[in-house]
Design a protein around this ligand. Structure first.
Ligand code: FES
Length: 171
């Protein structure tokens, strides 16, 4: 059985082939992860933030699919040069628009990117022991989604471990 290729925009394909700002940042101010290595859909975001709370540099590492790489790449471009308050307001829908739209089954890939950025911003203020008024207490949709996905991956990997241990007789 063959599968039809996903209707990716040309922008997604371009960013997948030539992602911008890919790689670990050694001198990052803050780093955050979203997703789970158990299912492979994991993303790490690194932000270099200056004294004026402006993002000077953003990079990412992705273990996800083409849409995950493309949305993460565009997100680094979108947050670069922005004040944290403005970077915080970038929603997954804006990211999806920026890459020319996402197939429905790939929405979560873009959501994970924004979830990771928001976690990094929260982490920045946690380290400073500060909380600006615009930083809401309640988790945003993107952060909730990342949590749900991590929980699902945890449950699935537990089940898989059980099945494998039955097959191998617990060896
Ligand atoms: Fe999960 Fe894209 S990151 S399918």
């Amino acid at each position: 059985m063959s599968r039809a290729p996903l209707p990716y925009s040309s922008k997604i394909l371009e960013l997948f082939r030539n992602p911008k700002n890919l790689g670990k940042m050694e001198d990052a101010t803050v780093c955050a992860i979203a997703g789970s290595p158990a299912c492979g859909d994991m993303i790490a975001f690194y932000l270099k933030i200056n004294e004026d709370e402006v993002i000077e540099k953003a990079t990412f590492e992705s273990y996800g699919c083409a849409a995950n790489i493309a949305t993460a790449s565009i997100t680094t471009e979108m947050v670069k040069g922005k004040k944290l308050e403005d970077a915080w307001k970038i929603s997954w829908k804006k990211v999806a628009d920026e890459v020319g739209g996402l197939p429905t089954v790939k929405f979560h890939c873009g959501i994970l990117s924004v979830g990771a950025v928001r976690r990094a911003i929260r982490e920045f203020y946690k380290k400073k022991d500060e909380k600006p008024s615009w930083l809401q207490d309640e988790l945003t949709i993107e952060e909730k989604h990342a949590l749900e996905e991590e929980e699902l991956a945890r449950v699935l990997s537990k089940k898989l471990a059980k099945v494998l241990s039955k097959k191998t007789g617990g060896k």
